[in-house]
Design a protein around this ligand. Structure first.
Ligand SMILES: CC(C)(COP(=O)(O)OP(=O)(O)OC[C@H]1O[C@@H](n2cnc3c(N)ncnc32)[C@H](O)[C@@H]1OP(=O)(O)O)[C@@H](O)C(=O)NCCC(=O)NCCS
Length: 172
C-alpha cells in the first residue's frame, strides 16, 4: 500500500466530499456541523483554512495545527492533525495528534501508516514527546498508538460523567 500524507488540496475534492458523507452517516462528532453543499461551493476557501489551521474547536487559547490528508491512488482516505503545542483542553482530549480513517477504507492499515508517517513530522515541528488520547473502548486506536511506541501513563474519565480515556505518550 502506497499511502501518502499530503497538504490539503482542491485536487481531492470529490473523494473528500464522498468521505464526508460516510463520516456523517456514522455520526463522527467533529464533522456533523459541516453542510456538504456549502462545503462543495466553498471548497477552495475550506482548503486554504485547512492549510493554516488553528485549534478553534477548543475553548482554551488556540494553537497551530498541521492538517494532513492521507491519499491512496489519488483518493482521500483519511486525515491526521498535528497540534504544535498542548493547551488545557488538548491535555484532556485530543492531545498532539488526532486521526480519522474514511469508513470504507478502515481495517487496511491506513491509520497505522498515517500515525507512523506523522511522527517524524511532529518531531520536525519541535515536539519531543507527543500526547495521544483515546477512548478506553477504541480498540483499533489503542492498537495503533501502542504499535507506534505509545506508553500508557494515565487512564481516567475525561470529566466526572465523561468517557474513560487513555493518555499515551510517544517519545519522538
Ligand atoms: C480508529 C481508526 C482511526 C482506525 O483506523 P484504521 O485505518 O481502520 O486502522 P488500521 O487499519 O491501521 O488498524 C489498526 C489496528 O486496529 C485493528 N483493528 C481495526 N479495526 C478493529 C476493530 N474493529 N476491532 C479490533 N481491532 C481492530 C487492526 O487489526 C490493526 O491492528 P493490527 O495492525 O495488529 O492488525 C478508525 O476506526 C476511525 O477513524 N474511527 C473514528 C475516529 C476515531 O476514533 N479516531 C481516533 C480517535 S483517538
Amino acid at each position: 500500500m502506497k499511502l501518502s500524507l499530503v497538504k490539503p488540496s482542491v485536487e481531492y475534492k470529490e473523494s473528500f466530499l464522498a468521505a464526508l458523507q460516510e463520516f456523517q452517516k456514522e455520526g463522527l462528532p467533529w464533522v456533523m456541523d459541516i453542510d456538504p453543499d456549502q462545503l462543495s461551493r466553498d471548497f477552495e476557501d475550506f482548503v486554504a483554512k485547512e492549510n493554516s489551521k488553528m485549534t478553534l474547536w477548543t475553548e482554551a487559547p488556540p494553537v497551530p495545527q498541521t492538517e494532513l490528508w492521507a491519499v491512496l491512488d489519488k483518493e482521500y482516505v483519511g486525515r491526521i492533525a498535528i497540534r504544535h503545542q498542548l493547551n488545557d483542553d488538548l491535555k484532556i482530549m485530543g492531545g498532539h495528534i488526532g486521526y480519522d480513517t474514511r469508513p470504507s477504507f478502515r481495517g487496511r492499515g491506513i491509520a497505522s501508516s498515517m500515525l507512523a508517517q506523522a511522527l517524524p513530522i511532529a518531531r520536525s515541528l519541535g515536539i519531543s514527546e507527543a500526547l495521544l488520547t483515546c477512548n478506553d473502548t477504541n480498540v483499533p486506536s489503542i492498537r495503533i498508538i501502542e504499535k507506534c511506541g505509545g506508553e500508557l501513563r494515565e487512564r481516567k474519565p475525561q470529566s466526572p460523567n465523561g468517557p474513560m480515556k487513555r493518555y499515551y505518550w510517544i517519545q519522538l
